[in-house]
Write a protein of this length. Structure first.
Length: 346
């Protein structure tokens, strides 16, 4: 399945059905009068967040979604049927943006979330609605109202607990495959990863989702390399794991390059909790590891882990550290929700 995280689609709710002009014409019944029914209401267009989807690829092959219109009214005071709502299913983490790609209209973050995005048009009144003492034979009815329509952008931001960042070839995909059952493409050349990958890591009886995004390079915020197109997928992460390739000469400069790009991107990515790890320790001797760890520690606000995603050295320990931070973050979110529900405000 191809990965697609952005799509432009056309949405339209249903038009209302028309009211009708009709009169009773039954034998032996005098003074029949008007009996035109109302039109049915047009169908709503609903956006629903469902499980089992992790890409917007379906919207590449179908871009137009039109809800059914209401059925016209009929004689004998029969109203038309209302249209059945059209449900557009999207994966968790999908944002609905206005045509300018700036204004967020909906943010679908939880499975089962269901929102009426466009309301259907009301049905028109039949001529029976206009009967009065001074107008006993009205010969007009209302047409149904038109439904709403608009072009929107869908943008997918993956729901992950932790995100992997680093320069190309820092070993992010290898780390993902080492601590999860994901099988991303791994090779010894830059930009092996061309789209985000997800994996589920297990710690005792708990699990968390880890996201690997394509590597960043200097100038990514200005479009260099793959740019910052995929950074949106780690906006919702509670913690970032920053991997630095220990085999390169200037590890401190590599770290500062990524931090600069995160800051330039915005969305508070540079303020997220971060774990820094010096990777590829299996290719270094003890003296080099000590030297480069010291260089990296000089620019990092916190401790520096030494790991090898290939041999597994330090992977378990750093997975436990990620789990600890994620567990604390979830506990804090649950406490905030409980206080709001109970009406407690500190």
């Amino acid at each position: 399945m191809k990965f697609l995280d952005e799509a432009k689609i056309y949405l339209k709710s249903g038009d209302g059905g028309n009211g009708v002009v009709s009169f009773r014409r039954e034998k032996y019944i005098e003074y029949g009068g008007p009996d035109g029914g109302d039109g049915g209401r047009g169908a709503d267009l609903v956006i629903e967040c469902v499980a089992g989807l992790n890409t917007l690829i379906d919207f590449r092959y179908k871009q137009h979604f039109k809800a059914p219109r209401g059925v016209d009214g009929a004689g004998k005071n029969r109203s038309g049927l209302s249209g059945k709502p059209l449900v557009v299913k999207v994966p968790p983490g999908t944002q609905i943006l206005d045509e300018d790609k700036e204004s967020v209209l909906l943010d679908m973050t939880e499975v089962g979330q269901r929102e009426v995005f466009l309301k259907g048009g009301n049905g028109g009144f039949g001529n029976a609605r206009f009967k009065s003492s001074t107008n006993q034979a009205p010969r007009h009815a209302n047409p149904g109202l038109e439904g709403e329509e608009r072009w929107v952008w869908l943008r997918l931001k993956l729901i992950a607990d932790a995100g992997l960042v680093g320069l190309p070839n820092a070993g992010k995909s290898t780390f993902l495959s080492a601590c999860t059952r994901a099988h991303p493409k791994i090779a010894d050349y830059p930009f092996t990863t061309l789209h985000p990958n997800l994996g589920v890591a297990s710690v005792e009886n708990r699990t968390f989702v880890l996201a690997d995004i394509p590597g960043l390079i200097e100038g990514a915020s200005e479009g260099a390399g793959l740019g910052t197109r995929f950074l949106g997928h780690i906006e919702r992460c509670g913690v970032l794991l920053h991997l630095v390739d220990g085999t390169q000469e200037n590890v401190a400069e590599a770290y500062k390059t990524i931090r600069g790009e995160l800051e330039a991107y915005g969305a508070n990515l540079d303020e997220k909790q971060e774990i820094v790890a010096l990777n590829k320790a299996d290719a270094l001797d003890d003296e080099t590891i000590t030297e480069r760890r010291k260089e990296l520690s000089a620019v990092v606000d916190g401790s520096v882990h030494v790991i090898s995603a290939v041999s597994g050295k330090g992977v378990r320990e750093i997975t436990y550290e990620l789990d600890r931070i994620i567990t604390e973050t979830r506990a804090g979110m649950n406490q905030d929700e409980t206080e709001v529900e109970e009406g407690y405000y500190p």
